[in-house]
Design a protein around this ligand. Structure first.
Ligand SMILES: [Zn+2]
Length: 217
């Protein structure tokens, strides 16, 4: 048998279960085969199917979700400022958009700007998709400075002393073209963060804190 043929046979045998021999130099093994030290007629078990080489099936909608840009459309009812921004694309948050959104969501009472948790925009993006909203989210409250939160909690027993608004992790919103209860239902459906329902005040509170729900007035 030609030496090259033997070499091919030898390599095939390693794959089929003679792995300990792999530590030895090829020439040694071929030499052993030629000298009859390794039984060339040894039965070769069928090769295992190449499981690891099979392409991993990918769910097309998942790929789409990763590739699709995410946008958010806001209207701050106190300042009249509107912003429609792609805040996430190519797998990352867009710093300029996140910065501009922080500004729109500032404490309008004293103009204090605080970084907002961009996970909030993911929640809004999902609510907009679920409700097929075409109008911007009307923002009643985004960031609240400690001074503003203190003022509000003194006025109303419904404002927590240590609100997630103070950490840039909550927003109070509504949509002009979607019933409030549907906004609430869409938010609850996501199973992310807190959802407070305030039907008399006409807004839904969403946050990126632990999952929970409650109703206010
Ligand atoms: Zn709130």
């Amino acid at each position: 048998m030609h030496r090259r043929k033997l070499l091919q046979w030898g390599l095939g045998a390693f794959g089929a279960g003679l792995l300990p021999l792999a530590a030895r130099a090829d020439d040694d093994i071929i030499g052993d085969i030629l000298e009859g030290k390794i039984p060339t007629a040894a039965p070769v078990p069928p090769a295992a199917p190449p499981v690891a080489l099979r392409p991993t099936p990918v769910d097309p909608p998942l790929v789409k979700a990763v590739v699709d840009p995410r946008w958010v459309h806001l209207h701050n009812i106190h300042t009249g400022e509107k912003l429609e921004a792609v805040y996430w694309e190519n797998g990352a948050y867009v710093p300029d958009a996140v910065h501009a959104l922080n500004k729109v969501l500032r404490d309008y009472r004293n103009d204090e700007v605080h970084p907002m948790n961009p996970g909030l925009y993911d929640i809004l993006d999902q609510i907009a998709k679920k409700t097929e909203a075409k109008s911007p989210f009307q923002v009643i409250s985004g960031y609240r400075s400690p001074a503003t939160n203190k003022l509000l909690s003194e006025r109303s027993g419904e404002v927590a002393k240590r609100s997630l608004h103070m950490d840039g992790k909550a927003m109070d919103i509504y949509l002009e073209d979607v019933a409030l209860e549907h906004v609430r239902a869409a938010a609850l459906d996501l199973g992310r963060g807190g959802v407070g329902y305030y039907p008399s005040s006409k807004f839904v509170h969403v946050d990126v804190g632990p999952v929970r729900k409650w109703s206010g007035t």
